[in-house]
Ligand binder design. Sequence first.
Ligand code: PRP
Ligand code: URA
Length: 207
Amino acid sequence: MKGVTVITHPLVQHNLTRLRDKRTGPQEFRRVLSEVAALMVYEATRSFAVEPAPVRTPLELARGSRLKRDVVLVAVLRAGLGMLDSILQLIPHARVGFIGLKREETTLRAMFYHKSLPPDLSQSEVILIDPMLATGGSAVAAMDLLAELDAKRVRLVNLVAAPEGIRRVQSRYPNFPIFTAAVDRKLNDKGYILPGLGDAGDRLFGV
Ligand code: PRP
Ligand code: URA
């Protein structure tokens, strides 16, 4: 599927299976989601541009490189919080934003309740973090907001994606790559991903 990278690394798939398991309680769910997010971000950042950064070791000059652009992590609340911390530990210099979105239960429309983003995203690599891509309404709403702030390079990191959500995101933002651990079968009539893992936010916070 063009523009979609399914991360098939055995550790990612092992952890995804634990998260899908309905017997996994909130404490373990939080820990495993955090672990899997760190593994996924290696793949999601593989194509980040670097520039030469010569450095003097105690012995001589070494070639070396550094990231060309600054990195902005944007977590979609609530469930994106479960992935943020471990990614931030790997990219500690990243700036961080939050977008509060809640799907309205009957219409499945994503409604904003919080926006807090760093200024000037035009030169940044933005990683949009949300474990679930279902109808794609939340991702597209978040991307619209990022586009208003002039973000040009946005990559979406989801744990589980539905084909419906992928299509919706790609029809509006064909150049924004999607990284996921699984493309699941479909949505049910309530907008839940099948087989999915249930409501990520509820499982994460024990609601
Ligand atoms: C969940 C999930 C995504 C969204 C995906 O959040 O974390 O943000 O649904 O669904 P969509 O692709 O159909 O928009 P939810 O709105 O349930 O809020 P929560 O994270 O607070 O549980
Ligand atoms: N949000 C979730 O948390 N899970 C789904 O399956 C769909 C949307």
